[in-house]
Design a protein. Structure first.
Length: 131
């Protein structure tokens, strides 16, 4: 499991979204995305994703969608909490979770937001690159 470190640079505005610099395995990646999470909220969301990711059984990735099958050990309340937070901070995501088949789906509507989808995959601890 990776232990990424986030560094927030600047505050978001309509013309200049927040810039996140994710540092994973000593390889920085700068991703401009319009996200309203800050400091401790961002850390808590990353912790939720890490916990959820530890229960991943399999994943499938296309250019604009990530689908993750989760085990029976997954806490559905935690998944729902993560999705509520994500919908508030990053409305460009389309998010769905089926408790019945334990599938989490995250997708974006355009190529501009694919780096944000990559970031969710990394936060879940998935090693699949974007297709």
């Amino acid at each position: 499991m990776r232990s990424p470190r986030e560094v927030l640079q600047g505050e978001p505005t309509a013309s200049a979204p927040r810039i996140f610099r994710w540092v994973t395995d000593n390889q920085p990646k700068t991703i401009p995305i319009a996200c309203s999470l800050t400091g401790s909220g961002l850390v808590r969301q990353r912790e939720r994703y890490a916990t959820i990711g530890r229960t991943a059984i399999s994943s499938r990735r296309s250019a604009r969608e990530l689908e993750v099958e989760l085990s029976g050990d997954t806490n559905p309340s935690l998944v729902h909490e993560a999705l509520v937070v994500e919908r508030q901070c990053c409305p460009f995501f389309s998010l769905a979770f089926s408790e019945t088949d334990r599938r989490l789906r995250v997708s974006v509507g355009n190529d501009q937001h694919v780096p944000a989808l990559d970031t969710v995959a990394e936060a879940l601890g998935l090693d699949e690159p974007g297709a």
